[in-house]
Design a protein around this ligand. Structure first.
Ligand code: SF4
Length: 237
């Protein structure tokens, strides 16, 4: 099995409930969405080569090459493999094979828009960091369909016992109304699923707007947090 991989590197998780945890990141190419704030635009399309430290390896990569790179980049403080993108669920067959060849915890960062793929790999995932997009992200022309798909994926991960949390990127134009579909959708699955509200970077969201949005979400959900992107703040990949 082969996949186009944009880069493999070791860094610190900068988002969500595992912020600060050292990971090896496998950033897959391609994404089915087109969020306005996307900061990984180069990985949304196929790349000719994958960057691993100062090496550039021709794509597509085989599973063994990715496992070798993960092993090379592993350090004593590293705790898990982060599958990111682009959208890793576009490579679910590859992930299934990769998971069979490693004994390290797997952390999935996904836009959660592909529930059939989520169902396929759920048994291999330890932590699922699932985005819910908002209408103002302009990620798709079918917002209702995407929201339904995201909630279905979140339900699949949560029901299977995967440690699951939801991340929402907050933009200056984000309102109670625009996050209500996400909040009530999570509540319908399980109101204890953590919701991380992440202000877009560079920070352009008013802090009082963020606090009001947290209070609205916190009226319906038991674990609501505001976590900015650590890696952007300290200037690491
Ligand atoms: S889902 Fe992620 S990778 Fe895809 S366009 Fe949105 S921010 Fe970029």
């Amino acid at each position: 099995m082969n996949a186009d991989v944009y880069e493999i590197f070791n860094s610190v998780q900068g988002e969500g409930t595992s912020v600060g945890v050292r990971q090896v990141f496998v950033r897959f190419c391609s994404c089915q969405l087109h969020c306005e704030y996307c900061d990984t635009g180069a990985a949304r399309v196929p790349a000719k080569r994958c960057r691993v430290l100062d090496r550039h390896i021709d794509n597509p990569l085989g599973v063994d090459a990715v496992i070798d790179a993960i092993d090379d980049l592993w350090t004593p403080a590293t705790r898990s493999i982060s599958l990111t993108g682009g959208e890793p669920l576009l490579h679910c067959d590859f992930i299934e094979e990769l998971a069979g060849g490693v004994s390290r915890p797997i952390y999935l960062e996904t836009n959660a828009g592909l529930p059939d793929s989520a169902r396929k790999i759920v048994d291999h995932i330890d932590v699922a960091a699932c985005d819910i997009k908002l209408p103002e992200h302009r990620a798709t022309g079918d917002y209702g369909g995407l929201l339904d798909a995201e909630l279905e994926s979140i339900g699949i991960f949560h029901a299977t016992g995967v440690e699951t949390f939801v991340k929402i990127i907050v933009l200056p134009e984000t309102t109670e109304k625009s996050i209500s579909g996400a909040v009530f959708g999570i509540k319908a699955i399980d109101d204890s699923i953590p919701l991380v509200m992440q202000p877009v970077t560079p920070l352009s969201v008013d802090i009082f707007q963020l606090l009001d949005l947290m209070d609205f979400a916190g009226t319906h959900l038991s674990d609501v947090r505001m976590i900015p992107q650590l890696h952007r703040m300290i200037g690491i990949p």
